[in-house]
Design a protein around this ligand. Structure first.
Ligand SMILES: [Fe+2]
Length: 295
């Protein structure tokens, strides 16, 4: 029986204790996720500071800079420092720059004008249906509902590490096919995907190019089959792995605050969205940073 996003236990109230690391004031969360409290991204970062931020990101998989007041150019400057930005191909969703996409429930003339406007969204990995999925996604909270709309991050390295040795051996060298049909299954798995929906097979156990750690690189929303296995065997193994990687022990839940600039490592985390009141406005400004071919 798979767990729905709505079934996840409530976020813990304990905010954690701040520590200082390489000049950064941090609050670390379990099992992943680090708040960075003393960086202002309207200013360019020194090389040393940027290097420290990236180190914390690689350790923590998800970082969030609190209390930012960012124009599009500020967010673009930080994003380009992380790497080359991907260009939004769905023209109607693009913002001031071809790399900016808005995720919001804003309506004009009664119609949603941005991507993924409302509702809960299952665990997934951005662009895993492409040959080179994003390495990072960078979201800036411009407007948020009073409650709900939290983002859950599942640590895919912790999930891989916790597998039993037999399962690790079984998935070694296997690839899984990821498909995304935005029309039929934008937020929940599609029963049927259209033949022209974008798809790509990637290793189930992916090695992180920086840390060398292995991550369980599949997800319930987009991964449809294990290449080369009979359908029933593939389905049974995938369901077991999805349930495992969505174990709340591997999940950090981010409760958004206005002005959060959050960046996740899309190579070793999955993310999901909780539901929120559709009558309240939620606007996120998003960038994605191009990644490597998973190995
Ligand atoms: Fe996403």
């Amino acid at each position: 029986m798979s767990m729905q996003v709505a079934d996840f236990p409530a976020i813990p109230a304990d905010p954690g204790r701040a520590e200082t690391y390489r000049g950064l004031e941090l609050i670390r969360h379990d099992p992943c996720g680090v708040e960075i409290l003393n960086v202002d991204l309207t200013e360019p970062l020194s090389d040393d500071r940027f290097d420290a931020v990236m180190e914390v990101w690689h350790q923590g998989r998800v970082i969030v800079f609190r209390d930012q007041k960012l124009e599009p150019d500020d967010q673009l400057r930080f994003g380009r420092r992380v790497g080359e930005l991907s260009v939004i191909h769905t023209e109607k969703f693009a913002g001031e720059d071809p790399a900016i996409m808005y995720i919001s429930n804003v309506k004009e003339d009664g119609e949603f004008v941005h991507a993924l406007p409302v509702g809960e969204m299952m665990f997934h990995i951005d662009q895993c249906y492409k040959p080179t999925p994003a390495k990072a996604t960078i979201l800036y909270a411009m407007e948020i509902p009073a409650e709900g709309g939290n983002t859950l991050f599942a640590d895919a390295i912790a999930a891989y590490d916790a597998l039993d040795e037999d399962t690790k051996a079984r998935i070694e060298g296997l690839k899984a096919l990821n498909v995304y049909d935005y029309d039929a299954g934008a937020t929940h798995t599609a029963d049927q995907v259209s033949d022209d929906a974008p798809r790509y097979a990637h290793p189930i156990a992916r090695t992180h190019p920086v840390t060398g750690q292995k991550a369980l690189f599949i997800n319930r929303l987009m991964t449809r089959e294990i290449v080369g296995l009979p359908a029933d065997e593939s389905r049974a193994l995938l369901e077991k792995l999805f349930d495992h990687q969505e174990n709340p022990a591997f999940v950090y839940e981010h409760r958004w605050r206005l002005g959060d600039l959050l960046m996740w490592d899309n190579r070793c985390t999955l993310h999901a969205r909780r539901d929120f009141n559709p009558e309240e406005t939620r606007i996120m400004r998003r960038l994605t940073v191009l990644g490597e071919a998973p190995e």
